[in-house]
Design a protein around this ligand. Structure first.
Ligand SMILES: [Mg+2]
Length: 392
């Protein structure tokens, strides 16, 4: 059995261009789907996949680990940067789809079978509508409350918000009070039985991140995400030691080597590997094994397209430390026309029942994808009041 071609399909989905990866084989009707979406780097990733394909064409797609080692280690440069890491991930996910199809079982069956009956999903405020999640003003606490109520009405038992405003490396009380008011409004709107998460998008400096974490401690967040740059792992660890709120991070990290540092420094209680960036399903399973040794929970980052979701779900059904999966359902109205999925989502509680089809259980409708060709992603640039560059 041989890989004959690796194709990419770019599908513009408003905030992102989804990059679907199709690995074809010499067996009629046997191919695999992966995803390598990296917003604002679409052309680079498509090029990186083309560069990697020269290593893989003619190789046996069943030798997933061998091919992963080639993609990561060959031609001198290691695949630990975000662009090549994403390209490797997209191809690796497609290879695991092929493996499930060869054996006629869902991919999670290849990893020892189901470890749970269902997976809980959480949403973004607004369900993935860019304006609701990213542009609700921090001084509009009541809007945070309304959107929180809407998430619960949509069936979710957990949701994430960006209730921490952009701040310069040091600012006074105002942004802290904004964050408190927003989280308080959400808690009041949904009560204590719903899980609330706050994503800082790694905007704060370590000191501002610490102040936000302490101010929000009384609201019992399910987790508090990226309180400062992922480059500052020591500082993330200091914040985790200062509060009992679980701290989460990891969506920008590529490979087990980056995650090892998070574990060794006891920096977080929740890791958020992105299966389309960290090295694919092969690498996320290694990361999960290491997380197991530290008893750290796993909640994959998954705001992209439908292959990323299918891969995140397959991984979750075979991974004990997995607690919840990120999801978006309102990003584009035609999302369900691009994909057919093998798993089912129950609206009450937004829980996912397992895929029963071979592989990832999905098929991408190439005709639908072609209706949404590449467009430059909406630019999301941030400058502080004084004109200096900030973090979005
Ligand atoms: Mg995040």
């Amino acid at each position: 059995m041989k890989i004959t071609a690796i194709e990419t399909y770019v599908c513009h989905a408003r905030m992102r261009n989804w990059i679907f990866v199709k690995v074809l084989t010499d067996q009629p009707g046997l191919w695999g789907w992966g995803e390598a979406t990296l917003e604002w780097h679409t052309r680079s990733v498509v090029g990186a996949i083309e560069d990697l394909s020269q290593l893989l064409i003619g190789e046996d797609p069943r030798r997933i680990e061998h091919l992963w080692q080639m993609m990561y280690r060959q031609h001198f440069w290691h695949g630990n940067g975000i662009v090549r890491g994403t390209a490797i991930s997209g191809i690796d996910i497609a290879l695991w789809d092929i493996a499930g199809k060869i054996h006629g079982v869902p991919t999670h069956e290849l990893w020892g079978g189901r470890v749970r009956d269902y997976i809980r999903l959480y949403c973004h405020l607004g369900g993935g509508k860019m304006e609701d999640f990213y542009q609700t003003r921090p001084d509009d606490a009541s809007r945070f409350g309304e959107l929180a109520k809407q998430a619960v009405e949509d069936g979710f038992t957990a949701f994430k918000s960006m209730a921490v405003p952009e701040t310069m490396p040091l600012e006074g009380l105002k942004p802290i009070h904004y964050a408190e008011a927003c989280v308080s409004a959400m808690r009041e709107a949904v009560g204590n039985d719903i899980d609330i998460m706050v994503d800082c998008h790694a905007r704060p400096s370590p000191r501002m991140g610490m102040q936000f974490a302490k101010a929000l401690e009384p609201y019992g967040l399910y987790f508090f995400e990226e309180p400062c740059w992922p480059e500052s792992i020591e500082d993330i660890a200091l914040i985790q030691r200062a509060v009992s709120t679980p701290i989460a991070s990891g969506e920008r990290l590529v490979t087990i080597h980056a995650f090892r540092e998070l574990f060794e420094k006891r920096a977080v209680s929740v890791i958020q590997p992105d299966i389309t960036h960290c090295g694919g399903l092969s690498e996320v399973r290694r990361i999960a094994a290491m997380a197991e040794a530290y008893r750290i929970a796993i909640a994959p980052h998954n705001p992209q397209g439908p292959v990323s979701t299918a891969a995140s779900i397959e991984f979750g059904f075979a991974t004990p430390g997995y607690i919840i999966c990120e999801s978006v359902h309102n990003d584009v109205p035609w999302r369900s026309e691009v994909v057919s999925e093998g798993f089912t989502v129950e609206k009450a509680g937004r829980i996912v029942r397992p895929n029963t089809r071979p592989g990832l259980g999905i098929e991408i409708n190439e005709k639908e994808v072609k209706k949404h060709p590449f467009q430059q992603e909406v630019l999301q640039r941030t400058f502080y009041k004084d004109g200096s560059v900030g973090d979005w």
